[in-house]
Design a protein around this ligand. Structure first.
Ligand code: CP
Ligand code: NVA
Length: 313
């Protein structure tokens, strides 16, 4: 497996390997000081980022390489050079390419043409790196993944898609509660269900937030308006999503020891109340920290060719 474009690219074994490696990085953050000595890793961000960009840059530095962060206006890509030519050129210089942009197809084109690992750092449809940190955090907290019930409530977006795929790979009972019109992509749901059929997991999609969180060990949400969504939709989205806000009342339907998760940044008062995100059940900053350890793990695993990959993906 050369690239990480979506979580379903991984096999269940790959997922476990990455999470174990990430745990090793958490215990010994400098365990591989020279793995990428003398190399560069290019990080292309066509959308803002706090966690993904800084965690990857830090991980690259800890592995001994130099991170080169660029935006669309830094590269000739912004002036019309093709994705394919950019990918060929990057492959001659760098050891890996981390990319955050809009279209998944652009990342796929980049990956097809480049000879170096390409890592999806968030696209309109997927956020695989986030889902790895999410599962690492759940495993740390609960000591297991198999059979754990996790509900995502809100917009069926990139974060929801990657969580569905990751949960299915890990044999979890993963649910998504989203209003009609904002359900996760059917292709992703079908893929996650097919994976769950093999791992003993379960995938449920509903438009009832209470049904989604019922008895869950973890409840997850994300913003109601993602990067790339039209600002003009904001008011309508707030109206549509308000029954899906994660607050004390909704969490009352989950397990007594429920943990609250969010990829961040959050909008307190919209998808989650301040009481919940700042309260004792919230593990959002552990998730944020684990972005760093999973970034290092993904880089090592891809650069070393340690992942099998799922040919069906
Ligand atoms: N969770 C996440 O991807 O955060 P950033 O947008 O800050 O990278
Ligand atoms: N769904 C959000 C996630 C940000 C980390 C977005 O795409 O903007």
């Amino acid at each position: 497996m050369k690239d990480l474009l979506r979580t379903a690219d991984l096999t269940p074994g790959d997922l476990e390997r990455v999470l174990d490696l990430a745990a090793a990085y958490k215990r010994h953050p400098h365990r591989q000081r020279t793995l990428l000595a003398g190399e560069t890793v290019v990080l292309y961000f066509n959308k803002p980022s706090t966690r993904t960009r800084i965690s990857f840059e830090t991980a690259v530095a800890r592995l001994g390489a130099v991170p080169i962060g660029v935006g669309p206006n830094d590269l000739q890509l912004g002036r019309g050079e093709t994705i394919e030519d950019t990918a060929r050129v990057m492959s001659r210089y760098a050891r890996a390419f981390v990319i955050r942009t809009f279209l998944d197809d652009d990342v796929a084109r980049f990956a097809r043409t480049s000879s170096i690992p390409v890592i999806n750092a968030l696209t309109d449809l997927h956020h695989p790196c986030q889902s790895l940190a999410d599962l690492m955090t759940i495993r740390e907290r609960l000591g297991r993944l198999e059979g754990v019930k996790v509900a995502y409530v809100g917009d069926g977006n990139n974060v929801a898609h990657s969580l569905l795929e990751a949960g299915a790979l890990a044999g979890m009972d993963v649910r998504c509660g989203s209003p009609a019109g904002y359900l996760p992509e059917p292709e992703v749901v079908e893929r996650a269900k097919a994976i769950a059929a093999r791992t003993g997991g379960k995938v449920t999609v509903t438009s009832d937030p209470i049904e989604a969180v019922h008895g869950c060990h973890a409840v997850y949400t994300d913003v109601w308006l993602s990067m790339g969504d039209a600002e003009t939709e904001r008011a309508e989205r707030i109206r549509t999503f308000s029954p899906f806000q994660v607050n004390d009342t909704l969490l009352g339907h989950a397990d007594r020891d429920v943990i609250f998760m969010h990829c961040l940044p959050d909008h307190r008062g919209e998808e989650v109340t301040a009481e919940v995100v700042d309260g004792p059940r919230s593990i959002v900053f552990d998730q944020a920290e684990n972005r760093l350890h999973t970034s290092a793990a993904v880089l090592e695993a891809l650069v070393c060719g340690a992942l099998k990959g799922n040919p069906a993906a």
